[in-house]
Design a protein around this ligand. Structure first.
Ligand SMILES: CC(C)(COP(=O)(O)OP(=O)(O)OC[C@H]1O[C@@H](n2cnc3c(N)ncnc32)[C@H](O)[C@@H]1OP(=O)(O)O)[C@@H](O)C(=O)NCCC(=O)NCCS
Length: 149
């Protein structure tokens, strides 16, 4: 299977929304992705397989910090290293932009995502109680880029 990575475009958004629905209980809408096209702080990378989005990741760069907005991989393409590879690309991008850290929120029971972030070197720095719609806590995780290498 061959994959290619592209930037976010208006044309790709309807297919991205289908990927969102396959991955999240509260998926992003078309309007939310369209808003990101207007957001100068936002960077998105979409992985295509035979022209169809099968993974994506986004980040907002604000001052010297990167806030990861989302990362998702189509269930049929998981455990092939796509998320890890996207995350690596964003860490490289963050270093080029001289960001000092990457930060994100993750559901406390999302073992796959927590495993992914820990493999990359993220550490838990906080917790938001009952943050999500089902009252699940959010873990705040950070990757300190100046501590890498
Ligand atoms: C979390 C998610 C993005 C991982 O994508 P993926 O492409 O399958 O992940 P990778 O193949 O790159 O795996 C990298 C590492 O993540 C961890 N990991 C991934 N899936 C895992 C699982 N089901 N259980 C435990 N650890 C897992 C492992 O440490 C893995 O490394 P390994 O393969 O050497 O064991 C994917 O499961 C997903 O889209 N989930 C739904 C959306 C979501 O929850 N996004 C995160 C929001 S915070």
């Amino acid at each position: 299977m061959s994959y290619e990575t592209v930037a976010l475009t208006k044309e790709i958004i309807p297919a991205l929304v289908l990927l969102e629905r396959a991955c999240f209980s509260v998926p992003w809408t078309e309007g939310m992705f369209c808003g990101e096209l207007e957001n100068d702080a936002a960077v998105y990378r979409i992985v295509l397989c035979e022209g169809k989005p099968v993974a994506y990741m986004g980040m907002w760069c604000v001052a010297d910090e990167g806030q990861i907005t989302n990362i998702a991989v189509d269930p049929g393409h998981r455990r092939k290293g796509l998320a890890f590879s996207l995350l690596n690309e964003f860490v490289k991008l963050a270093s080029e932009r001289k960001l000092t850290l990457l930060t994100l929120e993750v559901r406390e029971h999302n073992e796959a995502a927590i495993g992914l972030y820990e493999k990359m070197g993220f550490v838990q720095v906080g917790r938001r109680q009952k943050y999500y719609e089902n009252r699940e806590d959010a873990l705040l995780m950070t990757l300190f880029l100046d501590k890498l290498c």
